[in-house]
Design a protein around this ligand. Structure first.
Ligand SMILES: Nc1nc2c(ncn2[C@@H]2O[C@H](COP(=O)(O)OP(=O)(O)O)[C@@H](O)[C@H]2O)c(=O)[nH]1
Ligand SMILES: [Mg+2]
Length: 254
């Protein structure tokens, strides 16, 4: 199974070499990485290029012109991964909040037949380390808010540590994903549910970053607050598109 993890970066110079080394040292010797950097002022892009020469053939770098948001970086990265024939396509933050040691377990669930594996912080209670209470409540509240409005039966639909099987990303239809920021995670979760993907949740531990700064902003929160309503309003249209895509795919195989 050709496997790649896409890692979006914006000012992660201190974290990137550490996470890349940890990922390259995993048992998964054929794991590839795509680093998607938005022209970070702190030189993360150049560090990524250097890492790509050190781990030649396993690390790839996409340089984007400026900071366009997490969602845009992932749409570009996932599209690249599909074009390059990967079977399992993962995502994780660069700031070591997501433990590289959990990667093999997540990937194994895809190998076992799941379409989407969500690394969940809220399966067995709350597994978050070093977050202030305010941030935990925001995240829990956001998940409850999303569940109520969109009615998707997922414990951690905002998690950014996950793996998609190729066919799931194809069904999700990336060019029509609208999120710029973190609401990307919710939009993708919703789309995966609507397209009938088998989604499994695997417990993970989330640890707040030690180096660098969070890119959470007021604009990002605003978009995230509106997204569930937008998704709900467009449910009928989305289902129609999903059915049409399925018919097209069937016609192609006949
Ligand atoms: N390429 C790119 N990466 C981003 C952008 N915003 C955030 N990131 C990356 O997305 C990941 C999660 O962001 P972070 O600030 O840690 O979010 P938090 O953990 O929710 O506070 C990190 O690897 C960031 O560097 C962006 O606009 N462009
Ligand atoms: Mg973070």
């Amino acid at each position: 199974m050709k496997t790649i993890f896409v890692i979006p970066t914006y000012n992660e110079a201190d974290n990137l070499p550490v996470i890349v080394k940890a990922l390259m040292e995993l048992e998964l010797r054929d794991l590839h990485l795509l680093i998607v950097d938005d022209n970070s002022p702190d030189g993360t892009g150049q560090i990524a290029d250097h890492l790509a020469t050190v781990f030649d053939g396993r690390i790839f770098v996409m340089h984007r012109q400026g900071k366009e948001g997490l969602g845009r970086a992932y749409v570009a990265g996932f599209t690249w991964a599909l074009e390059h024939g990967y079977d399992a396509i993962g995502e994780m933050d660069a700031d070591l909040s997501h433990d590289p040691k959990s990667v093999p377990d997540l990937v194994a669930r895809i190998a076992g037949g799941a379409d989407v594996v969500l690394g969940s912080r809220y399966l067995n209670g709350i597994s978050v380390i070093n977050w202030p209470l305010r941030r935990i409540l925001l995240s829990l509240g956001a998940n409850e808010y999303v569940r109520r409005i969109t009615r998707i039966p997922i414990h951690d639909g905002t998690s950014g540590f996950r793996v998609y099987a190729r066919q799931a990303l194809e069904a999700i239809n990336l060019p029509t994903i609208r999120s710029n920021g973190y609401s990307f995670q919710v939009e993708m979760s919703y789309r995966a549910c609507l397209t009938g993907c088998e989604i499994v949740e695997e417990p993970i531990v989330f640890t707040e970053r030690h180096a660098g700064e969070s890119k959470m902003s007021r604009g990002v929160i605003m978009e995230s607050a509106l997204m569930p309503w937008r998704l709900r309003a467009n449910r009928g249209k989305l289902l129609k598109t999903v059915k049409q895509l399925r018919r097209d795919a069937q016609a192609e195989t006949v």
